[in-house]
Design a protein around this ligand. Structure first.
Ligand code: AMP
Length: 505
């Protein structure tokens, strides 16, 4: 036995000379090289004092080194802990205090400011990697041997801690085991039919589960290749597409590709699969993409804590506006959020999941862990949704985004769908802010097409006979764009904050 996930990755690679990563700059890394690099990084980690079970916190730009270091951590039995590059030093101080890493890896530019912050919190070593993958940790790996005796890590040992995006309250560290990651990668490889001949366009960030695990582990377990872009750039993606067979992206990627004149049936002819997730894909985007290219985007649903939970089918209908069926081995149910009793299909409630993909708890936070798991092992996702009569799962939004107005529940998605269907509307976001009479007032921000005659009175008039009175927004505000994070999620908390005083008398 070696390190569970790493062993499985090695086992999945039939040909060590096969290409694993290629960058647009022309760097090529084969599987054999990646395994050697992982050995070098593992040796470098040991030399820096990283022992089995220690956390390695990593806040660096995307480069192949992030993946090589991840593999090095697996071999060394260390726990990989990626951090969003947008975090400020004040936020970092919290993560470092909470996670107590043995090693902190940052950009060379940040080292001077961050090293004292890390040292003051007991971090033994601070090393660097830049956007090219160069830095003091790379140097240490270069000087180290590729030969490494892998740590003995079993299925239930921790492989990674990923902090949740934490839109309310402090972000929590989700503890993911080797088998959480391995089982999900295995399943995705099967259901999405990945094989050694696949070439994935990888334009996602590597600090988030989507780019780090969903995309990368599927490729690693299939022994396939990735075209590894530093970031999403529509021109670059279109340029490389003829060489790729699949892409995994957030909805914004598809919205931007649709704005690209190069997106045609011919340009995508070589592709066999486009996957979308991390945020809802508008049914309209799905339809526009299929009209332009002939490809039905495959939408799936997952989260940091659970890896992937559901997916539209590879064969069969990929239904716009749904996230498909529970993955093999994943139990999914929709329950009444208060009582926890299962609801009949078609009714909206809290989505709960159970399976080998689901994390083992929040790092050093047994109360939160207890609060979000049911007695029978189901994890309360915080997402509201329903199962339709064909078994497809629909997500209607985060539970905490539910608007309660005059005692009635309003699901923002229902109102957004009505607004989005109006002539001249690109998209909308509906949320609740304090209202003196109703507790919360349903509020909408709307992005209109350039030059379209969309205004508040018009939207309200159009909704009047389409939605029950209590669901109709009290105000409709036109905005240039919706606030989104890097994963394409609309930041409802930011909207609630911005418009907090809207109904103050
Ligand atoms: P994260 O942990 O950052 O991956 O965020 C997970 C959350 O993103 C989920 O709990 C959902 O609210 C949302 N999400 C992910 N995929 C989808 C999807 N296909 N449709 C709607 N929401 C999604």
């Amino acid at each position: 036995m070696g390190a569970h996930l790493y062993e499985e990755i090695r086992g999945g690679t039939a040909d060590p000379q096969k290409l694993f990563i290629e960058t647009p700059a022309g760097r090529r890394i084969t599987y054999a090289e990646a395994f050697d690099e992982a050995g070098r990084f593992a040796n470098a980690l040991r030399a820096l004092g990283v022992r089995e079970g220690d956390r390695v916190a990593v806040q660096v730009e995307k480069s192949p080194e992030v993946i090589l270091l991840l593999l090095g951590c697996l071999r060394a039995g260390a726990v990989f802990l990626p951090l969003n590059t947008a975090y400020t030093p004040a936020e970092l101080a919290y993560f470092i205090e909470d996670a107590e890493p043995a090693l902190f890896v940052c950009d060379p530019k940040g080292r001077e400011a961050l090293a004292p912050l890390a040292a003051a919190r007991g971090v033994g070593a601070v090393e660097t990697l830049d956007a090219e993958g160069a830095g003091s940790l790379r140097d240490a790996a270069d000087a180290a041997s590729p030969a490494f005796a892998d740590a003995q890590r079993g299925a239930d040992d921790l492989a990674a801690i990923l902090y949740t995006s934490g839109t309310t309250g402090r972000s929590k560290g989700a503890m993911l085991t080797h088998e959480n990651l391995a089982s999900n990668g295995r399943t995705l490889k099967e259901i999405w039919r990945f094989g050694a001949d696949d070439v994935l366009l990888h334009a996602l960030p590597t600090f988030h589960t989507h780019g780090l695990f969903t995309a990368t582990n599927t490729i690693l377990l299939a022994g396939a290749s990735m075209l590894f872009l530093p970031r999403f750039d529509a021109d670059e993606v279109m340029r490389l597409m003829p060489r790729a067979s699949a892409m995994m992206g957030v909805p914004t990627f598809y919205v931007r590709l649709l704005q690209h004149p190069g997106l045609t049936r011919e340009a995508t002819a070589h592709m066999r699969l486009f996957v979308s997730g991390s945020a809802p894909l508008l049914a309209e985007t799905h339809q526009a993409f299929s009209a332009r290219t002939g490809h039905a985007i495959l939408e799936r649903y997952g989260m940091t804590e659970t890896n992937m939970n559901t997916s539209n089918p590879y064969d069969g209908d990929r239904v716009p506006g749904t996230v498909g069926f529970p993955l093999p081995g994943v139990d999914l149910r929709v329950v009444d959020p208060e009582s926890g009793t299962r609801l009949p299909d078609g009714e909206i409630g809290m989505i709960e999941v159970r399976g080998p993909n689901v994390f083992v708890g929040y790092w050093r936070n047994p109360e939160k862990t207890k609060a979000e798991f049911r007695e029978d092992g189901f994890f309360v996702t915080g997402d509201l949704g329903k199962i339709d009569d064909r078994g497809y799962v629909h997500i209607v939004g985060r539970g905490k985004d539910l608007v309660i107005t005059g005692g009635y529940n309003v699901y923002p998605k229902e109102v957004e769908s009505e607004i989005d269907a109006l002539e001249g509307v690109v998209e909308s976001a509906v949320f609740g802010v304090p209202h003196p009479d109703f507790g919360e007032g349903v509020t909408a921000v709307v992005v209109a097409e350039p030059g379209a005659a969309v205004n508040e009175a018009g939207v309200l008039a159009a909704l009047a006979d389409r939605l029950a009175r209590y669901k109709q927004p009290k105000r409709v505000l036109l905005v240039a764009e919706l606030p989104r994070n890097t994963m394409g999620k609309v930041q409802k908390a930011a909207l609630r904050e911005r418009y907090a005083d809207l109904y103050e008398s």
